[in-house]
Design a protein around this ligand. Sequence first.
Ligand SMILES: Cc1cc2nc3c(=O)[nH]c(=O)nc-3n(C[C@H](O)[C@H](O)[C@H](O)COP(=O)(O)O)c2cc1C
Length: 341
Amino acid sequence: MSEGPRYVTVEDYLPAARAAVPSDVWDYYEGGAGDEWTLAENRRAFDRWMLRPRFLRGAGSPDTSTAVLGASLRFPVAVAPWAYQRLAHPDGELATARAAGAAGTLMVVSSTTESFLEEVAAASEGPKWWQLYVAQDRGFTEAMLERVVSAGFSAICWTVDFPVSGLRHRDTRSGFVMPIGIGASDYLFDASLTWDDLGWIRDRAPGLPVVVKGILTAEDAELAVQAGADAIVVSNHGGRQLDRSPAGLDALPEVVAQVSGRVPVLADGGVRRGTHVLTALALGASAVLVGRPTIWGLAAEGERGVAGVLEILRSEFENAMALTGCRSVDEIGPALVAPAP
Ligand SMILES: Cc1cc2nc3c(=O)[nH]c(=O)nc-3n(C[C@H](O)[C@H](O)[C@H](O)COP(=O)(O)O)c2cc1C
């Protein structure tokens, strides 16, 4: 019988997570849109790069810390906003907030926690961004933003890739419906949004930076910067919106080139390894977000599981930095990667 730890990689949480939730909830969490090509691409994209290690640079104990929009992060991995965490574990978002805070990193909190956003804000000291979906009822969104500002969130992360939901066939087949009473009031998304609405959001969250999440092209990156975005998250929503859209990692270089340092660029999708974090940073990301690994941790073991997942990613990232000769995050650059054969 094995004497080693139960969870060595983040994927080691999968079996326990799967056993902990009903199959329709599991499909909601794990699934993507259409043929799930984009979902699979998010993982495959990392296999198209290899790392070019450097040695004898005194990088034995690297400093993994960084900062994004004034938030200090112990390592450049933040928790992505994901909906309805109480379906995974009764402690839901409160457990995730505590684990992210203890790990010294940032949590992006989904709009779907609207009904108890103050509780999530107060659950830990760690930095938190509010992920925003703008509702058709602008009065509702205004009131929500007022609460978000007074609860102490440090940025608004406006998700723009959701004019309508993607085609989630797993959910159609299982008959999965959004549960009532575990988060958001029943609100309809505004499908008529344009870049002009960024100013509308900014006016209702005075003093808070606005991050635009869901960008996949240089064209939209330019429009986001021109509209006044303070940061960009390159993301295809975990493969859950438009199938056949590119992997976040594949879209990252064109966005980074277009933005050319005017604002920080973050990325997500398929990050499961410290080497993935390093690859994304080498291609120009300031930090990455992780979604499903934190779902697995939360479902398997609540707060302890999310903490375990984040610690695995932190220690793998530290190891990858040491083995590629990076003493600090600002030494991570394009020379570290090359296309894989
Ligand atoms: C179950 C689930 C729910 C999600 N809910 C939201 C959400 O409410 N708002 C949002 O901006 N993104 C949402 N996302 C997308 C994530 O923020 C993130 O972009 C994606 O999960 C990253 O890919 P990964 O899961 O491969 O790490 C959700 C993702 C999943 C898997």
